[in-house]
Design a protein around this ligand. Sequence first.
Ligand code: PLP
Length: 368
Amino acid sequence: MTYLDHAATTPLREVARQAWLEASSYLNPGGQYASGRAARRALEEAREQIAELLDCDRVEVIFTASGTEADNLAVRGLFAASDSRRIVCSPIEHPAVLETVRALDATLDWLPVGPDGVVSDTAPLAAPAAVACCMWANNETGAIQPIERIIQAAGDTPVHVDAVQVIGHLPVSFRESGATTLAASAHKFGGPRGVGLLLARRSPAPRAVLTGGGQERGLRPGTVDVAGAVATAAALAEACEEMFDERVRLAALRDALRERILATVDNVLVHTPADSLPGHLFLSFPGAEGDSLIMLFDSLGIECSTGSACAHGVNRASEALLAQGVSERDARSALRFTLGRTTTPEDIDAVTAHVAQVVERARLAGMA
Ligand code: PLP
């Protein structure tokens, strides 16, 4: 099987599995007795390790149940903490942010995006807002966003950065970034699914939007999953250790895949810009339905996606592609290959061997 959907999720690292198993018998870290203290110690060691790896203070690390939850707690919490009803947001955000800002009773102003999928103008940030949202890199195109420029232009407006696709893949310093809050997700860097990270400065801090027992600075109440936290720290440590070499290796494989596809198939649109995450390749094959391409590849044992898995089998045009000016029809012909830790040159060979025939068949089937 050739798995090329690492941006959706990537296999659990062995170090994370071992760490999880060893920590799985810890009891409630809130317990005021020996077993509780032992669980607390393991949890705090994991927090400390993550803080070191992401260059932030220990208290700024909040364990959540997903990247989606971290995005929600940050965006909703910063909005609730402000008197302003205005939000500035990039239109290429993951639904975890996009649907959240849409659900709030806010005046929304959008950051413009160029044809390369990168935020092109910070003008909407000149006026104050409750929160500004811009992801560090896009989950579909892999395009890296000008976070530094955006945070600078935002001035006193708190900025939430969805770094779910970046953490564990590119170096991140929360301190140096100047972001107010940042979201990450363990299963994107070889940690367990169902563990997210919210990094949140002490000031300005999001207001708590969940109520409960006050764990995790009151921002994410609920008994913390110690084994999940310990496994996340182990996965992140290994991901950061391998980061430089992996970046070079994956970019070379991804570039080879792109060149071979362009050499064998006519009329291909490349949506991934030069400055992108190393493992991302997002393309359109005009005239072919994305869903048909996926099913044909799947029948050959090759797993890839149309983009965000959150579209749940409904082939809607990617909002990110529409925002960067791709036509609806071409956006529906999009296919995303994302390479990761387990990707080998043989995986690239497998796609190369079949891509011409798959696209030809999908184009013959036509578009709905
Ligand atoms: N943000 C981005 C950019 C993502 O790619 C994803 C997952 O695909 C999420 C948020 C949501 O993360 P999770 O799956 O942990 O809820």
